[in-house]
Design a protein around this ligand. Structure first.
Ligand SMILES: *[C@@H]1O[C@H](CO)[C@@H](O)[C@H](O)[C@H]1NC(C)=O
Ligand SMILES: *[C@@H]1O[C@H](CO)[C@@H](O)[C@H](O)[C@H]1NC(C)=O
Ligand SMILES: *[C@@H]1O[C@H](CO)[C@@H](O)[C@H](O)[C@H]1NC(C)=O
Ligand SMILES: *[C@@H]1O[C@H](CO)[C@@H](O)[C@H](O)[C@H]1NC(C)=O
Ligand SMILES: *[C@@H]1O[C@H](CO)[C@@H](O)[C@H](O)[C@H]1NC(C)=O
Ligand SMILES: *[C@@H]1O[C@H](CO)[C@@H](O)[C@H](O)[C@H]1NC(C)=O
Ligand SMILES: *[C@@H]1O[C@H](CO)[C@@H](O)[C@H](O)[C@H]1NC(C)=O
Length: 303
């Protein structure tokens, strides 16, 4: 009887321990560092206080807001962070650059020059307007943009309605903006250069070539991937922009000294602006944690 009881206790304790182990995830942040801001995981090299991030480029500010939950910002580049991965990508709230759109203030342009971030070529450039040539880059080496016209002398667009109509839910929770513009009222280009660090689009009148013209003109760079928080009905519409990031060689050197079975490393080329193929490591299959800190064997419950 007593043996049975001890057995019972031992069994449930083992089970509890197993469950505890399964729940206790390998750390993604440095010791004593907060590893999330609201529902966004913040893995090292990103961090929220001194000693928790690699350098100031990776500093995250988790700011309390009066309306609603705290939001995460990449302090140095002043962009709102929506998600980030140790795999080298980050999703930020993409700026919407507008001109003469009633009820809409333009967001500031993006300049990531000198930072470890580049704009991913997986984003799509979308422009809205009538009689509008929207230029994403306009320099002697590269002039890239698209043209949008409207029917029958119409010279303005309902930008709110247009933005909402851009978002297609292709399957539940999977929202996409690709292929929703045909040059009438809006236009898109998908061949974004891979080395882009500046996004400061300009607008021209197609007819006159003038800088300013009638009506609202607007442009943004946004990803095509799904995102649960990206709701069609959201009145404060925004578009997730995909960035790539990388660490400098000193941190990558660290990987060469680590037991190779815990890491799965590849040489990848993010962009020609980084001018090199860089080593990138993830935790190997069966391991979890943070490749920049430590990958530990996953506890698996085999029953
Ligand atoms: C973490 O915080 C605890 C309690 O404040 C302290 O004893 C410990 O040394 C800290 N560890 C590190 C790595 O800073
Ligand atoms: C961030 O991305 C990961 C992987 O795609 C996903 O599992 C997670 O839910 C995302 N987090 C947020 C806050 O969107
Ligand atoms: C790499 O970045 C770290 C953190 O910012 C810095 O301390 C170090 O000097 C850098 N090393 C090189 C080789 O740039
Ligand atoms: C972007 O920033 C860099 C350095 O901060 C500066 O030299 C450059 O002129 C800026 N580019 C644009 C297009 O604003
Ligand atoms: C382009 O799309 C608009 C609105 O979705 C539609 O009214 C128009 O007929 C389309 N034009 C062409 C050439 O497909
Ligand atoms: C803004 O657009 C309106 C027409 O919608 C036009 O009358 C006005 O001149 C435009 N303003 C500028 C600064 O281009
Ligand atoms: C990455 O490239 C370097 C040389 O540029 C090479 O020594 C190394 O073996 C490569 N690593 C992998 C995982 O392919």
């Amino acid at each position: 009887m007593s043996v049975k009881l001890v057995y019972g206790v031992g069994f449930s304790l083992a089970l509890l321990l197993a469950i505890q182990l399964a729940i206790a995830k390998a750390p993604i942040a440095k010791p004593n560092c907060t590893d999330h801001c609201e529902n966004i995981n913040i893995p090292y090299p990103f961090g929220m206080s001194k000693g928790c991030y690699l350098d100031e480029w990776f500093e995250i500010e988790c700011s309390k807001s009066v309306h609603g939950p705290p939001r995460a910002f990449l302090s140095k580049i002043k962009m709102e962070l929506l998600n980030v991965s140790v795999g080298g990508w980050a999703i930020v709230k993409g700026p919407i650059i507008s001109f003469n759109c009633s009820g809409s203030k333009t967001d500031p342009p993006v300049n990531l020059t000198g930072s470890p971030f580049v704009i991913s070529p997986d984003n799509i450039f979308t422009a809205i307007g009538c009689n509008t040539r929207a230029l994403m880059t306009d320099n002697p080496l590269q002039r890239l943009g698209c043209e949008s016209t409207c029917h029958g002398g119409q010279n303005d667009v309902d930008w709110r309605e247009m933005l909402h109509n851009l978002i297609n839910e292709v399957s539940p929770g999977d929202y996409r903006i690709e292929g929703t513009c045909n040059g009438t009222g809006c236009c898109q280009i998908t061949n974004i250069p891979s080395s882009l660090q500046v996004f400061n689009p300009s607008f021209q009148d197609i007819d006159s070539g003038d800088q300013s013209a009638d009506g609202c003109k607007l442009a943004f760079l946004g990803g095509t991937y799904g995102m649960n928080s990206w709701k069609k009905k959201n009145p404060n519409i925004h578009f997730p922009m995909l960035l790539y990031w990388m660490v400098n060689s000193s941190l990558r050197e660290y990987w060469r000294g680590v037991d190779s079975k815990t890491l799965d490393c590849n040489n990848v080329s993010y962009s020609s602006s980084f001018n090199e193929v860089v080593l990138r490591c993830l935790c190997s299959h069966g391991y979890e944690g943070n490749p920049f800190l430590r990958c530990t064997g996953k506890f698996t419950l085999s029953c």
